[in-house]
Design a protein around this ligand. Structure first.
Ligand SMILES: Nc1nc2c(c(=O)[nH]1)N[C@H]1C(S)=C(S)[C@@H](COP(=O)(O)O)O[C@H]1N2
Ligand SMILES: [Mo]
Length: 218
């Protein structure tokens, strides 16, 4: 079997495995369902076989490409940059929505300013340390004040399942733009479609104005 075939099997197996594990835990440990942190309606997604693990100490965010200065930011570098908070809904393209989620982190525009993104650069290629997921944004989108490199959710560190220690939160777009386990941002001059965009979802994923959906904007 070729690489593509194996990858497809991995995705399906991963989803089934995850739901099987959740079901088993809830069935065998009485009350654990109530003790687990309230996911508040979020479904936990991964396109790999699990959730990659990365400590704050080991965490690095690489910013490269068309920049004056390449960055290799630690978690505490990110904590030193100006912090921005926003409370907004999270809307997945499959239909579920979580209202009023508080997020805190560093604006993508602040990080791009520190790196000195070159004036002519028009897009970002964004990578996850899960080794599989990617995303894209135009530079114009990335500079909006509702694009966050998030380190906290509901006032707490972002959990491993939700993409911690650092994930993207792209407020005005469907959830697939909010890449988890953020590892790298490359400033480039042409949009490269992300993981789900290569599989048919809209590159410009505005809530209510893309993917044939009519959800309320956040
Ligand atoms: N690395 C990675 N990021 C990802 C995904 C994923 O599978 N892998 N799924 C996306 C989709 S489709 C949604 S709706 C949200 C879900 O976020 P959650 O898993 O924290 O609920 O993450 C997005 N970011
Ligand atoms: Mo999603």
């Amino acid at each position: 079997m070729g690489m593509l075939g194996l990858g497809a099997v991995g995705v399906v197996f991963g989803r089934q495995l995850n739901s099987a594990v959740t079901t088993t835990i809830n069935a065998t440990v009485p009350g654990l369902g109530q003790v687990l942190p309230a996911a508040g309606g979020f479904r936990i997604y991964t396109v790999t076989n699990g959730y990659p693990e990365m400590s704050k100490a080991d965490y690095r965010l690489k910013v490269s490409g068309a920049v004056d200065q390449e960055l290799n930011l630690t978690f505490s570098d990110l904590e030193t940059l100006p912090q921005t908070s926003m409370t907004k809904d999270f809307q997945c393209v499959t239909g579920w929505r979580v209202d009023d989620v508080p997020w805190t982190g560093v604006l993508l525009s602040d990080i791009l300013a520190v790196a000195g993104a070159k004036p002519g650069a028009t897009a970002l290629a964004i990578d996850s340390f899960d080794g599989a997921y990617t995303e894209s944004l135009t530079m114009e989108q990335a500079l909006r004040p509702d694009m966050l490199v998030a380190m906290s959710m509901y006032g707490k560190p972002i959990t491993r399942e939700h993409g911690g220690p650092v994930r993207l939160y792209v407020a005005p777009m469907y959830g697939y733009k909010s890449l988890k386990w953020l590892s790298a941002i490359e400033v480039i001059d042409e949009v490269i479609p992300g993981y789900w965009e290569q599989r048919g979802y809209d590159i410009d994923a505005w809530i209510g104005q893309s993917n044939g959906r009519s959800d309320e904007p956040v």
